[in-house]
Design a protein around this ligand. Structure first.
Ligand code: ADP
Ligand code: MG
Length: 390
């Protein structure tokens, strides 16, 4: 992720200092200039100084007791410096101020007291959005998978989805971020390296080093294996962002198995994902948990990306899919049939069901891969040209 330059505009001395510490603490941004007063007009010397700092982000602190001058500054900065993104800092308890700040041109409204994580997540959202616009070469897409509760089928879905994407489109990686990684077992692989090795070496990471940490599966899928010791040291969130930046620069599809992992890192990965697949079964406890997980992930603006995958699906009289969607508060994207024998023996043998072509369950995961890539222009073209040459 490129380093972002930030200008802080805050009239309160203490708040200005706090914001500077928080910005620099994200490791993905640095403060290049601070202002102790709000600019009043385009010709204000403050504007010239801000402009000269070439900021990617303008952090404007909105005092709760007198928001009007700050709001004018947001509007002015947004108009005069269209290449910089304005982030407003204020209290989430004042809805009218949030609305006004967004209307004035703020791109983000961040709660006060602010945390480094709040800022980091906002910075990640900005660079992800900019990347989409800039088209700096093809970037891969991330699909992350999380379960409503342990045993719902996150690892099964992640492994088979990754195999389906690999077989249809190639260049796919599977990243195991689960608290205890099971994907290598599902794939009968014996990895030499894990995610921890990759994150420990981020300072010298390039494509060939990244590849050397991956374990190759027969069909071409590359696995960045998970931890085999639950007490392993967790990488910092900034390191996670860097790792994913490298991954999407290198692979066409990146599937992440989060299983039961619910922390700042998994939320960041959700921020970077095209879709977050929330795997749940149709029992009450599972759907209740799904709603809680959705709420947690949704707090950082991921709500519209989360999709429900109903696993071990069986038609139950009197219970519709709409009931499941309503209970979980998530739009349904796919159903995986209940096939305990096929799936559990596939896991025991280390030969995923996706490899048993022409079975209903393999077709199901191939269908999920097609559904998630429906809007990918380059994928469609590839499928079309394949069709033409056969
Ligand atoms: N569609 C399914 N039908 C029947 N059993 C399943 C299905 N998917 C998964 N299972 C069973 O559930 C168990 C837990 O699945 P797993 O993918 O490890 O869940 P998670 O990663 O969410 O903890 C597996 O061992 C498997 O036997
Ligand atoms: Mg799992």
């Amino acid at each position: 992720m490129p380093q972002l330059s930030v200008v802080i505009v805050a009239t309160d001395n203490e708040q200005r200092t706090v914001l500077q510490v928080l910005v620099d603490g994200t490791s993905v941004a640095s403060t290049v200039h601070t202002c102790a007063s709000f600019p009043l007009a385009a010709a204000d010397p403050i504007m010239r100084r801000v402009d000269a700092a070439h900021p990617d982000v303008l952090l404007v602190d909105i005092p709760s007791d007198n928001p009007a001058p700050a709001m004018r500054a947001v509007e002015l900065l947004h108009q005069e410096l269209p290449d910089s993104a304005v982030f407003a800092i204020g209290s989430l308890n004042q809805p009218q101020i949030i609305v006004n700040a967004m209307r004035a041109g703020a791109r983000e409204f961040i709660d006060r007291p602010t945390t480094t994580t709040d800022l980091l997540e906002a910075f990640v959202r900005l660079t992800t959005a900019q990347r989409r616009v800039q088209k700096e070469g093809p970037r891969g897409k991330v699909f992350s998978v999380v379960n409503a509760k342990g045993g719902s089928g996150s690892t099964t879905v992640a492994v088979n989805l990754a195999l389906a994407l690999q077989s249809a489109f190639g260049h796919t990686a599977l990243i195991d971020l689960a608290p205890l990684g099971h994907t290598a077992l599902h794939l009968n692989l014996k990895p030499l390296f894990t995610v921890a090795d990759a994150t420990r070496n981020l300072h010298r990471m390039d494509n060939s080093l990244l590849e050397s940490f991956m374990t190759r599966h027969g069909g071409g899928l590359q696995l960045l294996a998970g931890t085999n010791a639950p007490a392993a040291i967790e990488p910092s969130t900034a390191e996670f962002v860097r790792l994913f930046d490298m991954l999407v620069g290198h692979y066409r599809y990146v599937v992440v198995d989060n299983s039961s992992r619910l922390d700042v890192a998994s939320r960041l990965v959700a921020n970077l994902s095209e879709f977050v697949l929330l795997v749940a079964c149709t029992d009450v406890a599972s759907l209740w948990s799904a709603a809680r997980v959705q709420q947690y992930l949704g707090e950082t603006g991921n709500r519209e990306r989360v999709r429900l995958v109903l696993n071990r699906f069986r038609k139950v009289p009197g219970f519709s899919e709409a009931d499941a969607e309503n209970a979980a508060g998530v739009k349904l994207v796919w159903r995986v049939p209940n096939q305990y024998f096929a799936i559990s023996s596939a896991i025991d043998r280390g030969s995923p069901v996706m490899e048993q072509s022409h079975t209903e369950i393999a077709r199901c995961f191939a269908g999920l891969a097609q559904e998630l890539t429906r809007d990918d222009v380059d994928v469609k073209r590839a499928a079309w040209s394949l069709f033409k040459t056969v």
